[in-house]
Structure formats: C-alpha cells, structure tokens
Design a protein around this ligand. Structure first.
Ligand SMILES: Nc1nc2c(ncn2[C@@H]2O[C@H](COP(=O)(O)OP(=O)(O)OP(=O)(O)O)[C@@H](O)[C@H]2O)c(=O)[nH]1
Ligand SMILES: [Mg+2]
Length: 362
C-alpha cells in the first residue's frame, strides 16, 4: 500500500498540533488509519505527549529538525507506513523551520516516489500574524523571525489561515483574498480546529492532490539562522507531588508567573506550553505571543503524583529563560508540593544545516 504524507508547517503557535489532533479524530472516525510525526530540537515534547491522548500512532523525531535529520524523518515515515501500516501520515515540522520545499519536499519526491504520495506543503498561519505581515509589519517578532514566517508563506503550496473562529468572517475573506494576491503560487484556505469550519475542504485537498513542492523560496541562511537563534528554547519535565494539590490552579499560577517575567523582559513569546499528566488524564496550558493570553484544556481529578512537562520558545537567551523557569517553579513548589526535575534542556538553535537542499523542482 502506498501511504500519503501530509506535511503541516507554519510558525510557532499557528495551530499545527491542534490541527493534527482534529484531523486524526476525523480520519479515524472514517476508518482511515493515520499516524503522526512530531519534531523538535530536544526531547520532552509537549506536542508528542498531548497527541498520544488522541489514540493514534505518534512518532517523534527529536534532537534536530526534519531538514537537518532527513534520515530520522525517513525512518519515522517507514515506521508509521511500514510497521504500523498507516495509510495516512501527518507530520509537523518545527515552527521556526523554513525552506522545506528545497530540503524536504524535493528529496522526498525523488527518493520516495514509489512508496509515498506526497501531499501539497501546507503552511498554517495565525490570522493576526498574517494581517500584520500583509501590512508590512513583523507581527511582534524579531525582524529575522518575521523573515522566517514570510519565507514559510512564500514556499507554501497551500496557505491555511488557522483559528478562523477568532476574527469576524469578513476579515477572514479579506485575508484570503490579500494572501492569494501576495502569494499567487499557493492555494489559500481558512479553517478552525475549534469549530471544525473549513477542515473538510482542506482535508479534501491534501487527501487528493500531489502538487507538492511546486516552487522554492529563496532563503538567506544567515537571516534564517539569526531568526532561529533569537529564540531561547526550553524543554523540561518535573515529577510533582502534593497530597491536596489543585493542579489546575498551580498550572495557571505558573503560566501567570512566566507571563509576568516575559513581559518584564519585553520578551516576545513564540510559544509556551505546559502539560500535567496522570495516567489517562491531562491538563494543558498554552500561551502564544498574542497578549500572552493563556488557554487551558483537559481535566484532572485529584491526583497526588503528576508529571509536568514545560516547553518554551521565547525571545531571550537560553540562560535567562532557564532562570525564569527555575525561579517560577521554585515559587509554585512550596506549601506541601515537592518537585524533582526529570530532565531539562535549554538551548538556542544552531545554524540550519540541511541534509539535502535542492535548487531545482523534482
Ligand atoms: N481559537 C482557536 N484557537 C486555536 C485553534 N487552533 C489552535 N488554537 C490555539 O492556538 C495555540 C497554539 O496551538 P498549537 O496547535 O499548539 O500550535 P502549534 O502550531 O502546534 O505550535 P508549535 O508547536 O509551538 O509550533 C493553542 O492555545 C491552541 O489552543 C483554532 O482553530 N481556534
Ligand atoms: Mg505544535
């Protein structure tokens, strides 16, 4: 059986993982066996742990992005398509990655033509960030990070405006029209993973088309590298214990403490996510750049012992970020709550060094 690979890129916080979750839910309900691939610079990824609750097959490629670890990505595809016999694979690259058409789509088309249908490259974009970019702004990002966002849009086969439930419908229509004019090589759709609007239309397209990697973006790797390096990257996990602990309140307080610290340092937030797990139950908190607004989902009944995973991508040095996280953890882990670090990694991504970089369309 020839499996279909659907790659969903887009900047940090655009809504990729939520889209993967909803797509998996829809496709599983139709009886279509679907596997997911997540990706990060380091282990202890909230997205992977969260997506495992969707009861699908999830593979994680960590330590490097798909483009710099094409072998790891290929092995994950083989595992899902071969061993797990999935007919569909949806992969989420790191949100600060671009040049995927040259480094992923073209080599895939050349090397996996016999075993995979490659769907068009979808780039998800938050409507507010898209509006800012269309007006010539930087969407609250460092200039070089905004460059990455623009290059993602430039190389997309499909631009999918996410979170279409947030602005009013007229605004979404205008954004669609403006995006189609600005990036004429892409098909433009809009969808909401929250309400489900537009998801079927997008799925119909990626489940039928193989017009993948139809064009390349001209990416300056010096600017790209700077855009990635301005972000501090933190992945860590902790074992928390507390007899009468209210984990929802703890998560909320932790998120508030982080938000205060980031605001004090005027550090733009790419994404902050935290997941508290106890067996089959979870609580997740998300904060994206927009006003550092915090959203929570999931539920957790009384549990004495939980695992907390924290992922943050914030415009500050890794050392500062680690100190904010450790300081805030110390503040919430008082009054009968004990905390042991399981793992932690803080870094600033190195210069992208892709395994392949094609200068022609396959
Ligand atoms: N209102 C609304 N919020 C959404 C929608 N999709 C995602 N979100 C929220 O946007 C935030 C980021 O969502 P994610 O799915 O984690 O985004 P991502 O692109 O995977 O982020 P990274 O993995 O950090 O690059 C979360 O708070 C989501 O709940 C949507 O359709 N509507
Ligand atoms: Mg994600």
């Amino acid at each position: 059986m020839k499996a279909r690979l659907i790659i969903v890129g887009g900047f940090l916080g655009a809504g990729k993982t939520t889209l993967l979750w909803e797509s998996l839910r829809k496709l599983s309900a139709q009886g279509r066996k679907t596997g997911l691939i997540t990706n990060d610079q380091a282990a202890e990824l909230v997205d992977t742990a969260f997506l495992e609750y969707a009861n699908g097959v999830v593979e994680e490629v960590n330590g490097s992005c798909f483009c710099c670890n094409f072998k790891g990505f290929s092995e994950a595809i083989a595992e899902i398509a071969g061993k797990e016999a999935c007919e569909l694979i949806i992969a989420e690259p790191v949100g600060s990655c671009t040049d995927l058409s040259a480094t992923i789509l073209q080599p895939l088309k050349e090397k996996f033509n016999d075993s995979l249908f490659i769907a068009p490259l979808t780039v998800l974009v938050d409507p507010d960030r898209l509006a800012a970019i269309l007006e010539g702004g930087n969407a609250g990002l460092h200039e070089s990070a905004a460059y990455i966002l623009r290059k993602q849009l430039e190389e997309a086969d499909i631009i999918l405006i996410s979170k279409s439930d947030l602005p009013d419908p007229d605004k979404i229509e205008i954004l669609k029209q403006k995006a189609a004019v600005r990036w004429p090589l892409a098909k433009v759709f809009a969808a909401s993973s929250k309400t489900g609007d537009g998801l079927d239309r997008w799925l119909e397209e990626v489940l039928s088309s193989t017009e993948a990697g139809t064009h390349l973006a001209d990416v300056d790797y010096d600017v790209y590298a700077e855009g990635e390096a301005v972000l501090g990257w933190y992945n860590g996990s902790f074992q928390l214990k507390g007899k009468e602990a209210d984990w929802g309140a703890l998560l909320n307080r932790l998120a508030q403490l982080f938000a205060e610290e980031f605001e004090k340092s005027e550090a733009s937030v790419g994404h902050l996510k935290m997941l508290i797990q106890n067996g089959h139950q979870y609580l997740m908190a998300n904060m994206t750049g927009k006003n550092n607004e915090i959203t929570m989902k999931g539920s957790l009944t009384k549990a004495e012992d939980v695992k907390l995973t924290v992922n943050a991508r914030v415009q500050m040095s890794p050392e500062e970020l680690e100190s904010v996280i450790n300081g805030s953890m110390a503040l919430v882990c008082q009054d009968g709550i004990s905390c042991a670090t399981i793992a932690s990694r803080c870094l600033s991504p190195g210069r992208p060094n892709p395994t392949y970089r094609y200068s022609h369309i396959v």
